[in-house]
Design a binder for this molecule. Sequence first.
Ligand code: SDX
Length: 428
Amino acid sequence: MSEVAKIELGGESYELPVITGSENEKAIDISKFRQETGYVTLDSGYKNTGATKSAITFLNGEEGILRYRGYPIEQLAENATFLEVAYLLLYGDLPNKDEYKLFESSINRHTLVHEDMKRFFEAYPSQAHPMGVLSSMICSLSTFYTESLDPYRSSDLKDLTIHRLIAKMPTLAAWAYKNSIRHPFIYPKNEYGYCENFLHMMYAMPTEDYKVDPIVSTALNKLLILHADHEQNCSTSTVRIVGSSQANLYATISAGISALWGPLHGGANQAVIEMLQQIHHDGGDVDKWVKKAKDKNDPFRLMGFGHRVYKNFDPRANIIKKSCDDVLNQMGINDPMLDIAKKLEKVALEDEYFKARNLYPNVDFYSGIIYKAIGIPTDMFTVMFAMGRLPGWISQWKEMLENNDPIGRPRQIYTGHKNRDYVKLEDR
Ligand code: SDX
């Protein structure tokens, strides 16, 4: 007998079906709730509300579990390439050798962007934040590929659009950086791997090539994998709701990039480094800043701490923290920000305020220190997050289309004025 939820409303009793996921997660299905009861449910920030069923990513916030299509993040971060993980998220299984070769060569074939797009970059001021440039550039791709805008037109065209986005994201990201320092754009080289190509476009010059340090490309590969998907977070929910209107994929991903930019979400990695630098310049008094973070009258929050879902630890933060030590040791870098971060983490984890609220370091707490060590400028940190999250956004969008999910349109409870008549301006 399948489980039901019973609810008494207005003297009536109702039974609501309970659905169980493959990891035994339970949900009360309220898809017919208003139709049957005349009531809607209210859950600001969707803290208790599932928006969809999904077979892509499983996470358990209490136990710190994160798996992409069933594979533990720890194993993928250690053994896979980012393109293997992108394939896994998009198509449901790890590719075999032939599938991987085909996928990689298709991505390589689309790394260039239309020459006319270079003019768009030149119109931006050098201080333009690269997230603003990236979001508009990704949307601008839709103006060059008008034949493939309709996501339903053909699966080949849908795949072509997906491959174009994954291929062009590093090029557009690197060119946003080059444009900000007014350096010449560097073109992708097909013989390079995904991460090497990005680093080459970031740091090479027309006069000299850039020798990619394997420590750096390995660290970048791991970081991109760790950011690749995270079920229904803010930017992914944005992608799903924009895509549910059947907007083209370029515009949909552009919306996801904009949502990620916020400091409470993907923008936190930039905010963490700026916070660590602020504490460092203020003399490194960690206790003072932890006190400020706890003070309700102080807007300061410990950036990189806390998470809507993880209430014990963010498994990604543990992997990145270890990688931090490895990368800085291998590169012989002694970054005072890492020492401050570790001190901050220790003080906060022993503090009742943070323990009572289950606040732990999240994915953004240590990632900025690695990005800084491998030479990524601070305002490019969230661009790196977007590059990693791209296959996750696209796989969630693809799943939404394949499941024929309806257009997203939440309800509300109105709390404004009741009916009133217009009063002419001269009588007001
Ligand atoms: C990402 O969702 C995802 O999956 C996101 C992400 C992904 O991969 O897509 O994991 C990536 O966005 C990670 C989060 C990056 N953001 C930050 O590091 C910014 C700092 N953290 C917070 O602003 C906050 O913790 C959130 C936004 C992450 C979570 O906010 P919630 O779940 O809405 O929790 P809340 O704001 O209601 O906080 C609960 C309590 C409050 O105190 P009380 O009102 O109960 O007394 O905890 C406090 C908050 O004031 N609190 C903090 C805090 N975070 C929460 N206090 C100090 N410093 C903090 N960082």
